[in-house]
Design a protein around this ligand. Sequence first.
Ligand code: MSP
Length: 600
Amino acid sequence: MQGFLTASAAKLPRSPLYTAIRAGWVCSSCKRHGASRLPALSSYQRSFSSSPARTTAAAAPKPYYVTTPIFYVNAAPHVGHLYSMVMADVFKRWEVLKGRQAYLCTGTDEHGMKVQRAAELQEVPPKIFCDSNAETFMDLAQKVNMSNDYFVRTTDPDHREAVEFFWGRLRERGYIYESKHEGWYCVSDEAFYPENMVEKRVDSMTGKPFIASIETGNEVEWTEERNYHFRMTDLKDRLLQFYKENPQWVVPATRMADVVSWVQNNLEDLSVSRPASRLSWGIPVPDDPSQTIYVWVDALINYITKAGYPMWTPGSENALGWPADVHIIGKDIVRFHCVYWPALLLALDLPLPKRILSHGHWLMNSRKMSKSIGNVVNPFFAIDRWGVDTMRYFMIYNGGVSQDSDYDNSFIVDRYKKGLQGGLGGLLNRVTRSKAWNFRSIIEQAHGQVLKPADWKLQHMQAEITELRRATECLSQNTADFFENELNPGRALKEIMEVVFQANRLLQHTEPWNLVKQGEVEAAHQIIYHAAESCRIAGILLQPFMPEKSGRLLDRLGVDQGQRTFDHARFGSDSTYGVSTVPLGEGAQSSLFPPIPAEN
Ligand code: MSP
């Protein structure tokens, strides 16, 4: 084995890429686009430092940047993967609604033992295997109406270059050393586990004993090899200091506490390469092709690849969004994102992602939905059956952050009937379709009017109307708080739907159609106006969750395209709507949320 390194940076051999970058290297994609040569390395060193070059007076505000995990291509996607995708998309769309430039990155994790073995099993060359499976994830992103700006594949040349450069910088700074590694490796989790994190188990199907990770239950295998290590322990104090200064960095708080405790008690140096004789499907260590870079180091760097690393020049480091505003991840990959990733970034003095949102798992029959267990739901079939926005709505409404969630078709039907068909669809129909009033005239006349309940004969309705108005007035701010402070789109969605339900209750209690018959026209119009405003504002705020359906709802309300932003989600801010821009149609199928067809 050649080229193993000592800890001293001064003695390190230079990788060809690193040397090329020092000399003013141009990456392959930029060569294609005719970009000029990169600045010399000293510019990178200044980037993100505290030097004045970092902020210039003319610097544009940093775009919002949200990511999903990149998905292993060893197996087809399932509904659990869909959840991470929808979550991230909802965050991006929320920021766009608020008028901010926002980027969303998703993609596929294509290297490593797990993918190598899956390709071998199918007797397909790994790249061909990856091409085909990556396409399925791309199709899913499209099918679920994800507004991703990037789809990163770890086999992309620009990603490989970013990883090689990152590795060279770690090595130059003395963070990489050679050592013998003994331990339990889990191919399924692509992780080493120390002795105290594995146990003997018996396979319930075959009765065969095996050694498993206590955390994940997946089988581990003993390995003894020489490989490169990352001096993660050198970063322990800086990590702990960072957590202390950013106590809300990981959501939910319980997982933040677990991360801190893990770093305090278990932090070890990280094995960051595998012998190429065992793992050939990956990025070779620069200058030492006998070793392949550990798949998690390779994978984590995806987040900065599409943010332009290493092409960051002073003053424009943030142009593509880094540091990420939020990484969306499942709870099973917290350690990689909340310990390894910040340690790697700290080692290079690069900025850390601002927040990490770790969500719970989807369960089927009380077990984590997972290909290896075989209890997965095909997300393509689910979207075909229920519709894309129903699935998006259901996943965010029922999906957990702290808790896991059960998946069952009956839960989807229930959510659809109560929330969408009865709740949102019902409210829209009641305000827009009644023959008892002219909807547009109500908006025109009631707009801006102060409630004058004392004039009414029906004062007992006052409290309920005032209550709905108060809830509608607070809605956009409450929703923003759930998104931006708590990182909890599920709570935000429930908040919006609560106002929809409240508006429906008001209509049911006061029956404005009967008030009109009784000659209480002013009271009826006030009620309809308040319900319409709740519907309009809910429709605007629901756009990140259900882009298609909310668009159609706003069409039916006649809300102008330019009046659908967060700023318009204020009570009384729009007096121009009230005439549908689309034919309302007749019969059940004309409804925004038609009845679910009975199963044969
Ligand atoms: N490739 C790594 C991530 C690397 S990111 C630098 C990986 N891939 S994965 O395909 O196994 O998982 C991708 C995402 O799907 C993770 O956030 C994971 O938590 C999520 N889920 C996988 N199964 C899930 C459920 N049953 N429920 C919810 N999310 C689940 O990990």
